[in-house]
Design a protein around this ligand. Structure first.
Ligand code: KG4
Ligand code: ZN
Length: 366
């Protein structure tokens, strides 16, 4: 296998999707996903313990399905990559444990990678190598950030982030208020297509002249939408669901795209990448396209299936780690639910060997 085209299997279990992807350099060979989202739907959000158990049950069959689809044998892999964080601790642990077991049994190097950097790197599978630098707008159920990267395996710099709710969280909460089920993004996206985005003037968070240029806030918007709906209901009037969905969605994507384009201009970056579950939103994609074109910025957004959580994104970043000769993580790798966005991967020297040694000595001999 050519050194710059490594064959890597990636495992993703940070939330409710058990994803296993296999890539060959920047070519996608398999993307197997088993989701437990239906099990969580009746609770209106992801239940961590249920997600962990579902990962455990889906893990081996999903890995086998991915290998079969890719038509490769596990012994031919050049490495195994896994999401080390950020995410739900128990859910991450299932993926990390599985990746360690496969890496150990097969004698392959193990790479613990960052979920957020993976959401960016996945675009290589669709549009080829990421330009350097790349501006990335990352919008998911847990994160909303503007990130500048000169090398996705080693340098990810946060320019701004949400100070309260993530963009996807806002979609999920508004869907709950409107009794539309969980997750809220896809259904609001669908209903908004039949609504008027200018019907209701909902607030644009942190958009004043004195507000931080690259930070986001969606909690005020969420409250404003909920109050507007309550007032309609209290007055005994029918809630125009499609108009509310379209106007709410417009408020979110207006701010996201405006700030992303501004960051590109300020930093002199001519490429914008949008990733994460909310990047599947059709209006976000259309408005970003329009505004980027006007500003002379090349827009890169992966197809919707690669925007939501999947294993291919982890494999894509793992392959880049191998191609660029980054240090493997070693079997001491542990899941880190709050892994900082500035750490694209967890190299072996990041583990605190002395500390581990001290604790085990104490426990064994006391
Ligand atoms: O990246 P992701 O799959 O998981 C996290 O890492 O959070 O993102 C899930 C989020 C959910 O909040 C979901 O409502 C949102 O992405 N989402 C969307 C759309 N599809 C998924 N939001 C808006 N429009 C969509 N079409
Ligand atoms: Zn995600």
């Amino acid at each position: 296998m050519a050194a710059d085209e490594p064959l890597v299997l990636g495992i993703e279990t940070s939330c409710d999707e058990t994803g296993v992807g296999i890539v060959h350099g920047t070519t996608l060979l398999a993307d197997a996903v088993a989701s437990s989202v239906d099990t969580h739907a009746r609770f209106g959000g992801v239940v961590p313990e249920i997600a962990s158990r579902a990962h455990l049950e889906a893990m081996v069959p999903t890995i086998e399905r991915a290998l079969k689809t890719a038509g490769v044998s596990a012994k031919d892999l050049d490495g195994i990559a896994v999401t080390a964080g950020p995410g739900l601790a128990g859910a991450l642990l299932v993926g990390v444990s599985a990746a360690k077991a496969y890496a150990y049994a097969l004698g392959k190097p193990l790479y613990g990678v960052n979920h957020l950097a993976s959401h960016i790197c996945v675009d290589q599978l669709e549009h080829g190598r990421l330009p350097e630098p790349t501006m990335a707008l990352l919008v998911s159920g847990g994160h909303s950030s503007l990130l500048l990267s000169t090398d996705i395996t080693s340098d990810v710099r946060p320019l701004g982030a949400t100070i309260d709710d993530a963009a996807g969280e806002a979609f999920d909460k508004i869907a709950r208020v409107l009794d539309l089920g969980f997750p809220g993004g896809p259904v609001i996206d669908r209903l908004a297509r039949e609504g008027d985005p200018a019907a209701i003037a909902f607030p644009r968070g942190l958009s004043g002249a004195k507000d931080p240029a690259y930070d986001f806030s969606f909690s005020g918007l969420k409250t404003a939408v909920a109050r507007w709906i309550e007032a309609k209901r209290a007055a005994g009037e029918e809630v125009p669901v499609r108009d509310v969905a379209a106007s709410f969605q417009e408020a979110v994507v207006d701010v996201l795209t405006r700030k992303a384009v501004r960051a590109c201009k300020d930093e002199g970056v001519d490429h914008l990448m949008i990733g994460g579950g909310v990047a599947a939103n059709s209006r976000l994609r259309a408005l970003a396209e329009e505004r980027c074109e006007r500003a002379g910025i090349r827009l890169r957004v992966p197809r919707p299936g690669l925007c939501t959580d999947n294993g291919a994104m982890v494999a894509a970043l793992g392959a880049e780690m191998v191609a660029r000769g980054r240090a493997a993580s070693g079997l001491e790798l542990s899941a880190d639910s709050s892994l900082p966005v500035t750490d694209p991967h967890v190299p072996a020297h990041a583990h605190d060997h002395d500390h581990v040694h001290e604790i085990s000595k104490e426990n064994l001999y006391s």
